[in-house]
Design a protein. Structure first.
Length: 82
């Protein structure tokens, strides 16, 4: 399972580099049309904290998420024997 996880992570990282380095026109994407379609359909809908937002944009993003009260803490992490 660890090998599968590493392979999927590598594919996603390569996809991100492909999107950052190529424009799809003068420099074509290497990712298949199926992978690009999948990634577009599963695009995150949240706003990353590293993005610079003014107060109005931040308030709007929080309202779209259902407000701060709707956020749940992440599940506790499990120790992995290794």
């Amino acid at each position: 399972l660890v090998v599968f996880d590493a392979a999927v992570e590598a594919i996603f990282l390569c996809f991100l580099v492909d999107q950052a380095e190529n424009d799809g026109e003068t420099r074509p994407y290497y990712a298949s049309a199926a992978l690009r379609s999948y990634m577009e359909a599963h695009r995150p809908t949240y706003v990353l904290p590293s993005m610079s937002l003014d107060d109005d944009e931040l308030s709007h993003a929080i309202q779209q998420m259902g407000g701060l009260d709707s956020l749940e803490p992440p599940p506790p992490m499990r120790a992995v024997a290794g």
